[in-house]
Write a protein that binds this ligand. Structure first.
Ligand code: NAD
Length: 296
């Protein structure tokens, strides 16, 4: 194996420590950052994520309240709940846990969260801001993936980057973020004729396709950075296990750096969520202070 395995947990720990300092400063000013997590129906599917977010919130000094609603709740009722949270100055960020029951379209809920409380960075306004290189509250996984690349000794200006996967919340925002940093970006998706033609040219490859084993070592330029965002549950010889979109062993032979799954992008994504919680609380504090000044 030649690649350096990137330690996502260590990057996350540094981010959480910095966020804790910010959270303490805000608490001193009477703006203790606080998140509310909303899940609907069967809790088991989202429970693992909620528990993990709650633990990391505690590490970052961010308040965390998990709310679960029965799957009989209507979209209108849930939107009403969100409007209440939007108006409550003691709530600084709202997380919508997935999966949601079929009658609750996730996009409708994401739109109902006030952009200043959109800590997941999934409101159309937050996604759109990325095009303008305004990164106030960016989508957590995309921001985390780019933050990981930034820790490597690579000059990002002019870097050739290939992004595999073009979803609204991961692939597309990564492409815009990297363009904003001066990289030359190629985006591949399920209709791309030959992904390897593009991935082999790249100094850095991001993959977010949800296809285990999609990227193999022979698809990489020797020494390239590989950021694997995929999370897939597969049957291994010793039972079910979580893997990314890269065939780790063959990629690690060729790449210069590689993120493991688990332990790569995942922990940095949760740390980014906490960083966004603190950013959101600060933006709201400033928003309210400006409103009071204007009213005086
Ligand atoms: P998605 O299903 O919305 O999009 C998948 C993308 O991959 C599409 O753009 C599709 O065109 C592309 N694709 C599919 N098959 C392909 C192929 N054979 N070749 C090239 N491109 C192909 O998925 P998503 O929401 O972007 O998530 C992608 C993966 O990332 C999933 O495994 C998901 O679990 C994971 N994910 C991880 C995190 C994290 O925090 N690490 C967060 C979100 C999503």
């Amino acid at each position: 194996m030649s690649a350096t395995v990137i330690d996502g947990k260590a990057i996350a720990a540094r981010m959480l420590a910095a966020t804790r300092v910010e959270a303490a400063a805000l608490t001193n000013e009477g703006w203790a950052p606080r998140l509310v997590s909303i899940s609907v129906g069967d809790v088991a599917a989202a429970e693992l994520y909620v528990r993990n977010q709650s633990r990391q919130a505690e590490r970052a000094g961010v308040g965390f309240e998990a709310r679960n609603y029965p799957d009989t709740i209507s979209l209108e009722q849930l939107t009403g709940v969100l409007q209440g949270l939007n108006a409550d100055p003691r709530v600084n960020g709202i997380i919508i846990q997935r999966p949601l029951p079929q009658h609750i379209p996730v996009k409708a809920l994401q739109r109902a969260v006030h952009p200043l409380k959109d800590v997941e960075g999934m409101h159309p306004a937050s996604i759109g801001n990325i095009v303008y290189n305004d990164l106030a509250l960016g989508p957590c996984t995309a921001v985390a993936s780019v933050e990981i690349l930034k820790t490597l000794p690579l000059k990002i200006e002019g870097l050739d980057v290939t992004v595999i996967g073009h979803s609204e919340i991961v692939g597309k925002p990564i492409a815009f973020l990297m363009m904003g940093l001066g990289a030359t970006v190629t985006v591949c998706h399920h209709m791309t004729r030959q992904v390897s033609v593009h991935s082999r040219q790249a100094d850095a490859v991001f993959v977010a396709a949800g296809r285990p084993g999609l990227v193999t070592g022979e698809m990489l330029k020797p020494g390239a950075a590989l950021i694997d965002i995929g999370i897939n549950r597969i049957e291994g010889p010793d039972g079910p296990k979580t893997v990314g979109d890269a065939d780790f062993d063959s990629c690690a032979e060729v790449a210069g750096w590689i993120t493991p799954v688990p332990g790569g992008v995942g922990p940095v994504t949760v740390a980014t969520l906490m960083k966004n919680a603190v950013l959101a609380a600060r933006m709201q504090m400033e928003h309210y202070r400006e409103a009071y000044r204007a009213a005086e």
